[in-house]
Design a protein around this ligand. Structure first.
Ligand code: FCB
Length: 445
């Protein structure tokens, strides 16, 4: 497949990571515990009993990692800030030593000519906040706005654009509904107040960011939903799933209202979480760009058993990643066109904030990852040709890392292989390939 893509001249090339997945150093310089430290200690919660306690030791090796980014020629690097480093219990005074790490990181990135794109929350809530209810407690949204102010007071002079939250859908469903991720609650639909409080946190933080003249993004995991058959029952199930996965987390931000939740069978006020004025707080600050984390489409059928209003079914006859996720690049084009149809002028420019492929341990051959990224870049170029304003692409991930409940070894997403015993980094074939893609496109600017 040719590695030239019809993308705009200003298109930004990047790579993404997240704090708990790479930093390690969980007890250093005054960092407080996060829900992920607690969850990893729970027997059976994470594959092989792994945790992010050391992960890629990026806290100590960030200089080496920035050299790898520079070698790729990245325009931008998406990383996340660990809230419990900045405020060890999630409240009160700043921990200067923790914030100083991000200060060094930002300076080193700028020195390397790479624009930092921080995410303020990528799932590592301070345990102190979880102890008072976590995202089920409305007050956490206000604490997030305070934390946003502390961080941007320090870094806002050098960092122009900020992502508030990473994937509130996945955090709500995996963390609060199903218990697969931290904090490990199994509330099913009663987890949805956690969704609303995250969206409220986004809105309050967006106001803090805009007041400081900074750009605001939200990184949503969105999927192209397809009914398994043309039957009305499958269509209704697909619609319910689309509402839960996509619309619930995007409509309030872009349109200022929640979607119709009847098909999900949940109350309109999300179990009393939504108060008068909340949707304005979420919507009014606006979004400068929508971050889109895209991995795969989702095929949905009518439920075969009582409980949920949908069944998720596999998409056969396509390649699958090590995670078992179907590889259907054209679904990215379809999703972007759906977003345009759905939101029209309310759809801001889009940046792909995550997209990538997990393979098993081997460093080489790495061809399936190259094929995955290449095909998704073509799919993106097709959406651009249809008039969608796509500004950049941050591949997941720079490094192999701690893949949440899957632990360290199983799902390898990195352009760079990491040996978690020696911490040796070995660029894969996809690293050289991505470097060449970036160089070639830059040459045509
Ligand atoms: C996304 C997460 C990211 C990573 C990838 C594989 O849902 O945002 O941290 O785990 O999946």
């Amino acid at each position: 497949m040719p590695d030239r893509y019809d993308l705009p001249a200003h298109f930004r090339w990047g790579a993404a990571t997240a704090a708990y997945q790479i930093e390690g150093a969980v007890e250093e310089d005054g960092r407080g515990p996060s829900v992920w430290d607690t969850f990893c200690a729970r027997p059976g919660a994470v594959r092989d009993g792994h945790s992010g306690a050391v992960a890629c030791d990026h806290y100590h090796r960030y200089t080496e990692d920035i050299a790898l980014m520079r070698g790729l020629g990245l325009d931008g690097y998406r990383f996340s800030i660990a809230w419990p480093r900045v405020q060890p219990t999630g409240r009160g005074a700043v921990n200067p030593a923790g914030l100083a790490f991000y200060d060094r990181l930002v300076d080193a990135l700028l020195e390397a000519g790479i624009t930092p794109l921080p995410t303020l929350f990528h799932w590592d809530l301070p345990q102190g906040l979880e102890d008072t209810g976590g995202w089920l407690d409305r007050d956490t949204a206000h604490r997030f706005a305070d934390y946003t102010a502390l961080v941007t007071d320090r870094l806002g002079d050098r960092v122009p654009a900020w992502i508030t939250l990473n994937e509130p859908f996945v955090h709500t469903v995996y963390g609060y509904a199903l218990g697969i991720h931290a904090p490990g609650r199994t509330l099913m639909f009663e987890a949805l107040p956690a969704a609303h409080h995250q969206l409220l946190a986004h809105g309050l933080a967006a106001t803090v960011l805009h007041d400081r003249g900074l750009e605001v993004m939200l990184a949503n995991n969105l999927t192209a939903v397809e009914p398994a058959t043309a039957s009305p029952a499958d269509a209704a199930a697909a619609d319910a799933y689309d509402t839960l996965h996509n619309r619930l987390f995007t409509d309030p931000v872009l349109l200022g209202r929640y979607p119709d939740l009847t098909g999900l069978g949940v109350p309109d006020d999300l179990y009393g979480a939504i108060r008068p004025g909340d949707t304005e707080l979420i919507h009014t600050p606006g979004l400068d760009a929508l971050g889109l984390n895209f991995y795969n489409p989702t095929r949905v059928a009518a439920p075969t058993a009582p409980g949920l209003p949908f069944d998720l079914v596999d998409i056969p006859d396509v390649p699958h990643t090590a995670f078992g996720w179907p590889v259907v690049p054209e679904a990215l084009t379809r999703l972007l066109l759906t977003l345009r149809d759905r939101y029209g002028k309310a759809l801001p420019p889009v940046t792909i904030t995550e997209n990538g492929c997990s393979l098993t341990e081997t460093t080489d051959p790495d061809q399936p990852r190259i094929d995955f990224i290449s095909a998704h870049l073509h799919a993106l170029a097709r959406a651009v040709a249809e008039g969608i304003d796509v500004r950049g692409y941050y591949t997941w991930s720079l490094l192999d890392n701690f893949e949440w409940a899957e632990g360290l070894h199983r799902q390898r997403f990195g352009l760079v292989h990491v040996d978690f015993t020696t911490q040796r980094r070995t660029p894969r074939a996809s690293y050289a390939w991505y470097r060449d893609v970036i160089a070639r496109h830059r040459g045509t600017r």
